[in-house]
Design a protein around this ligand. Structure first.
Ligand code: ATP
Ligand code: MN
Length: 486
């Protein structure tokens, strides 16, 4: 072996797949565990390329004792050795160490991650280190695979990815839920004669905020490129400390010219099934690990709250079954007559048509009534955004939400109002500043056409695919009220 080859690192994933026994190999990674005795030591090494560890055999006759001692959980090491067929059960290959170099010690007195089960709450407190655990490294690998699959899906369909702005001046969606963007001195805010903040002196010379959705800009692009999608960060200052809301989350927003609402439902269903199938085919080891983890977690829950299906069974189920499509009006009928509604078990009792559906209602439909993903459509216009297309009945709009087991809403979308007069009417009625949105209305003034789109919350999808139950655990660095560390 030449000097050059000797320094070349083999990824643990490839080492585990190799059968070139007897050849030299260099592997680098972080120690998960070390066990052994005076005669021999076994080090479980992981470099993030796979959930599986590579077993390093360290013989005190070859590796000095001091070095072996420093191979503690969390330490980073480089191993120069020989790939051999494993003697023990549980793995097919291992490495006989000829030399071990300690790249970075991890003092066992102070290193927070010991080789035992830690609670998810504890992990959130050390989110800067939690990627070094099996659970979180599996989640991050699956997350990568899902990002890649999103782009693959749309690219293969001929959609164009569009970068919509992160800083915007339009607060079209939810008033009051935005984060302000300003360079004004907050200790000395310039005021107008009327005593209001003088945004003319601010960086953008007007009020600006972080985007809550790329949709409106996505529509501009769709009305030229036909089929586009965005995949970017969105920000909502909603002070809701739930297991399904983040202040910073990633959203996939396709927008399609010439699509009506049902075309859009078809696309969303196909996309979700594609993503699930991709995960099943490409993330086998990680999903098997997460599946076992979820089964263990289920055991800690009361019997009546346990899932009937395992994580992998849920994924297979979504892959193989059509979603239920149900109008809001039919959903209200089902909910009104449901047991938890009659027995007043819901926190919000459904009195009648027009009620906004809460997560408890969505989950009842999906988990108890249909036991399938459900697409609800044609919602009352009163509870939906201004840009959704008015139906002929005068009281509903062409909106659709996709509801998933364990999660509730995962996708929200609509056919957009393409008729200028109807759109303007609605904006005025809802107090949306028509003047400021003139750029948006230009799409309806010039070459307007029916079009539709939706938003998939990427972290909600990640919850479903990984079987995790708190959205803070499927994004590397969660942003929630009171939490913006790292
Ligand atoms: P919810 O009722 O659950 O708050 P929403 O109606 O506000 O959702 P939309 O505005 O339709 O959601 O956004 C589209 C998608 O973005 C949702 O279906 C969901 O998957 C995701 N989403 C919305 N808000 C959040 C959030 N705060 N954190 C993570 N994902 C979110
Ligand atoms: Mn919301």
């Amino acid at each position: 072996m030449t000097e050059k080859q000797k320094t070349k690192r083999t990824k643990i994933k490839h080492a585990l797949e190799s059968s070139e026994f007897g050849t030299g190999i260099v592997v680098k990674g972080w120690v998960r565990t070390r066990r052994g005795n005076k005669n021999v030591n076994f080090i479980a090494l992981n470099d993030g390329s796979t959930i599986n560890n590579l077993q390093i055999v360290a013989d005190p006759a070859i590796i000095d004792e001091e070095t072996i001692k420093r191979c503690t959980t969390g330490a980073c090491i480089s191993v120069d050795g020989e790939l051999i067929e494993s003697q023990g059960a549980g793995q097919s290959v291992e490495v006989n160490a000829k030399a071990i170099e300690i790249l970075g010690d991890a003092d066992p007195e102070t290193y927070p991650l010991q080789a035992k089960r830690h609670s998810m709450e504890f992990m959130r407190d050390i989110a800067h280190l939690r990627v070094r655990t099996n659970t979180f490294s599996a989640i991050y690998r699956v997350r990568h695979a899902m990002i890649f699959a999103v782009h693959k899906f749309f690219n293969e369909k001929g959609f164009y990815n569009v970068h919509t702005p992160i800083i915007t001046a339009s607060d079209a969606e939810g008033a009051g839920e935005t984060f302000k963007v300003t360079t004004l001195d907050l200790n000395n805010v310039p005021k107008t004669e009327e005593g209001e903040v003088d945004y003319k002196q601010d960086f953008f010379e007007k009020e600006a905020n972080l985007t809550v959705s790329g949709q409106l800009e996505g529509e501009l692009a769709a009305l030229a490129l036909s089929e586009i999608y965005t995949f970017g960060p969105t920000f909502r200052a909603e002070n809701s400390n739930t297991t399904r809301h983040l202040a910073e989350f990633w959203m996939i927003e396709p927008e399609m010219a010439f699509y009506d609402l049902s075309d859009s439902m078809d696309l969303a269903e196909e996309m979700l099934q594609f993503l699930v199938t991709y995960a099943l085919e490409n993330c086998k080891d990680d999903l098997e690990f997460l599946n076992k983890r979820a089964i263990e977690e289920e055991k800690t829950k009361p019997q009546n709250e346990r899932n009937e299906l395992t994580l992998i069974e849920r994924l297979e189920f979504v892959k193989d079954n059509e979603f239920v499509r149900l109008s809001y009006t039919d959903a209200i009928d089902i909910l009104r007559n449901s047991k938890p509604n009659k027995k007043k078990k819901f926190q919000y009792i459904i009195e009648g048509w027009g009620a906004d559906l809460q997560s408890e209602h969505e989950r009842y439909l999906v988990e108890k009534h249909f036991k399938k993903p459900v697409i609800l459509f044609d919602y009352p216009n009163e509870i939906k955004a201004f840009y959704m297309r008015q139906n002929d009945d005068g009281k509903t709009v062409g909106a659709m939400d996709i509801l998933f087991p364990g999660i509730g809403e995962i996708v929200g979308g609509s056919q957009r109002e393409e008729r200028l007069d109807k759109l303007q009417e609605r904006m005025e009625a809802m107090g949306i500043p028509v003047e400021e949105m003139s750029w948006y209305l230009d799409t309806r003034r010039f070459g307007s056409t029916p079009h539709s789109g939706f938003g998939l919350g990427f972290e909600r999808m990640m919850l479903f695919v990984t079987g995790m139950t708190n959205i803070r655990d499927v994004i590397p660095f969660p942003r929630t009220p009171g939490n913006a560390e790292y």
